[in-house]
Design a protein around this ligand. Structure first.
Ligand SMILES: Cc1cc2nc3c(=O)[nH]c(=O)nc-3n(C[C@H](O)[C@H](O)[C@H](O)COP(=O)(O)OP(=O)(O)OC[C@H]3O[C@@H](n4cnc5c(N)ncnc54)[C@H](O)[C@@H]3O)c2cc1C
Length: 323
């Protein structure tokens, strides 16, 4: 590994490489192209072979195998991550801004006395330094920071980069920790999955999203009809869920789900940063809002300044007529 390489910590969730890892690999590819380095994916697990096909975007895939890495627990993960980073001295280590990332990245930074940047949304190599755009105060403010020291530990916000589908050299190296790992004081006990039985909005191509502008629970039915006609599902901003009009499994945003449908039709949603965080990766965002100054119009691809309640029945009729 060279000082211009970008190391990506692959995150394994429920025996699969998490989507955020593909985004990190795309981010790493952009930076490595400028530094002249390679994209290196690091998998910490019991046996990483199964994850190799999902990591073809990397030039090198380093598998750190050990029974104590079967499930996430802080101490063994930190020990091996620290060992790999210290030995290889990459230009930057990219870690997802996920529960595991929030646990590991600050500890890694402290252990290595390496700079840590959280909330990364864009990363550029500039001379010998990295220029990082970072989001804070829940997305209400952005800052540009320059990181001269290497390795830099960068926590990347999910949804900030689009998985490119590019393939790298894909060379695989399997290793074991240099010394036996200790279990540590905190260990994994059980994965508690969200309640099943509802639609998985993260898997939908079409989402009809309703916000406070839908005004009352009865109007959600209209959105359901439109979603059905379009072959998608209904999701919502937080106020709609807080009022109990839809279950929490339908909430999009910072404290809800991150979605990336082909079409995100936002009806009566203002576009607060906490909502934007969960849907900005959608292929096509169409916003319908009565307020021309609603922030959602700043990042939607198309917008209509109309009353969603007037539009909905007409849209349902038009889509049904087309079928
Ligand atoms: C820590 C934290 C976490 C949060 N997590 C989330 C989260 O996960 N998801 C989330 O969504 N929010 C979250 N929020 C809340 C977020 O800040 C906003 O309050 C919320 O997104 C606003 O929802 P909204 O757009 O539906 O409502 P509003 O901001 O009230 O906007 C309603 C919009 O509807 C428009 N409107 C009204 N009537 C009509 C009509 N008839 N037709 C068309 N448009 C109409 C209005 O012009 C307005 O723009 C979080 C906040 C915090 C502090």
């Amino acid at each position: 590994m060279s000082a211009s390489d970008i190391l990506v910590l692959a995150e394994i969730q429920r025996d699969a490489v998490a989507d955020v890892t593909q985004e990190l690999l795309a981010a790493a590819r952009g930076v490595a192209a400028a530094t002249g380095g390679q994209v290196v994916a690091l998998v910490l697990s019991k046996n990483g072979d199964a994850y190799v096909p999902a990591l073809k975007a990397a030039d090198r895939i380093v598998l750190l195998n050990d029974p104590l890495l079967a499930d996430y627990s802080p101490e063994p993960f930190l020990a091996v991550l620290q060992e790999v980073v210290a030995a290889e001295q990459p230009r930057a280590v990219l870690i997802g801004s996920t529960s595991i990332g929030w646990d590991l990245a600050p500890m890694l930074s402290a252990k290595l006395s390496a700079p840590l940047v959280v909330g990364c949304k864009a990363i550029q190599a500039e001379g010998g330094a990295l220029r990082v755009t970072t989001s804070f105060c829940g997305g209400k403010m952005m800052a540009e920071v320059k990181v001269a020291d290497a390795p830099a530990v960068l926590m990347v916000l999910p949804g900030s980069f689009r998985a490119s589908g590019e393939t790298g050299q894909g060379k695989v190296e399997a290793r074991s920790p240099s010394a036996p790992l200790a279990a540590g004081a905190v260990g994994f006990e059980e994965l508690i999955l969200p309640e099943a039985g509802d639609v998985d909005i993260t898997q939908q191509d079409v989402l009809v999203a309703v916000g406070r502008g839908i005004q009352q629970q009865d109007n959600v039915e209209l959105a359901e009809q439109l979603a059905e006609a379009l072959g998608g599902a209904v999701c919502a901003s937080r106020p709609v869920v807080d009022q109990g009009w839809l279950p929490s499994t339908r909430q999009v945003g910072k404290s809800g789900m991150t979605v990336r449908p082909k079409l995100y039709l936002a009806l009566g949603i203002s576009g607060a940063p906490e909502h934007q965080e969960g849907m900005s990766g959608s292929d096509l965002i169409i916003a319908v809002n009565t307020d021309a100054k609603a922030p959602i119009f700043d990042f939607a691809h198309y917008g209509a300044e109309v009353d969603a309640l007037d539009l909905l029945p007409k849209l349902v009729e038009a889509v049904q007529a087309k079928k």
